[in-house]
Design a protein around this ligand. Structure first.
Ligand code: MG
Length: 279
């Protein structure tokens, strides 16, 4: 496959994302996929979806695990509800994530992605030890499936992320770099962060955003690609600099006709920038 194949973050079945029909229409060769609900995350369904994607010539680069009960309503709610951080759901969610890793293997996909949640930063925080423990267990499970585990950026600063990766200490723990999330959460300047975590980056979201006037307290605002503060040309230049050669996966977290239009515009923008930067 060519370097930096374009992709879309999508889903199978109803709900989030652009949908496989739209992916075919837009003509991109890769997707990242939201893991489907439990009744669809079976080996039989995985085989069925794999055939659909294979027939369409589309490669699934990452399967993203999400969990029932997560809410991105505002930043405090994210802290309380997202990922493997909330203690009361940690064990259950670990099992779901393992199942999604198995589902991804069924699709022939070598990466499981997720928001781990707001990782407690204090080294002595007992909750931090618990999150590290399940991250280790999930990495081991992914390794058995020939996969990396990709941490979605956003909640942590680059330094916080590097520290967590070092503490987990597993070779197959990697980063899905989302520059817009750094802006949305107010967790640092994305380009500088990309340079810092660069060697761990195995997938990216091409997404844009404008910052909040109260960074870290309230959300910034997601924007169509190229209309926010990321600076897409600079972003791609630094991806080249760090030696990244994976997919450029467009993520546009709205729905309806505007999502489709923005994704089509993003494909055009990335196609032009890729030609300019890779030559
Ligand atoms: Mg993202």
């Amino acid at each position: 496959m060519e370097k930096w194949p374009l992709g879309i973050f999508t889903s199978v079945g109803a709900g989030l994302g652009a949908g496989i029909g739209a992916v075919k229409e837009l003509g991109v060769p890769t997707v990242q996929l939201h893991a489907p609900p439990r009744d669809m995350a079976t080996p039989e369904k995985a085989a069925e979806f794999k055939k659909q994607f294979d027939d369409a010539g589309i490669k699934v680069t990452v399967v993203f695990s999400g969990f029932e009960g997560e809410s991105y309503a505002d930043i405090p709610t994210v802290k309380k509800t997202v990922g493997l951080v909330p203690a009361e759901t940690r064990a259950t969610r670990l099992e779901i994530a393992k199942r999604n890793s198995d589902f991804a293997r069924g699709l022939g996909c070598d990466a499981l992605g997720m928001h781990v949640g707001f990782i407690p930063e204090g080294k002595s925080d007992p909750e931090r030890a618990g999150v590290i423990e399940v991250a280790c267990e999930l990495c081991d499970h992914c390794a058995q499936n020939g996969q990396h585990l990709h941490l979605e950026t956003g909640q942590e600063t680059a330094e916080g992320l590097l520290e967590f990766i070092a503490d987990v200490g597993k070779d197959n723990l990697a980063v899905n770099f989302d520059p817009a999330n750094m802006i949305l959460y107010g967790s640092g300047e994305p380009i500088e962060a990309l340079r810092k975590v660069g060697k761990h980056v195995r997938s990216v979201h091409c997404k844009d955003a404008a910052g909040s006037d109260k960074p870290g307290e309230t959300w910034g605002e997601e924007k169509p690609l190229g209309q926010g503060e990321v600076g897409m040309e600079n972003f791609l230049s630094v991806l080249k600099e760090i030696g990244y050669d994976g997919a450029l996966t467009i993520e546009r977290e709205i729905s309806g006709p505007e999502q489709k239009k923005d994704i089509a515009d993003a494909i055009k923008l990335l196609t032009d920038l890729r030609a300019k930067i890779l030559g």
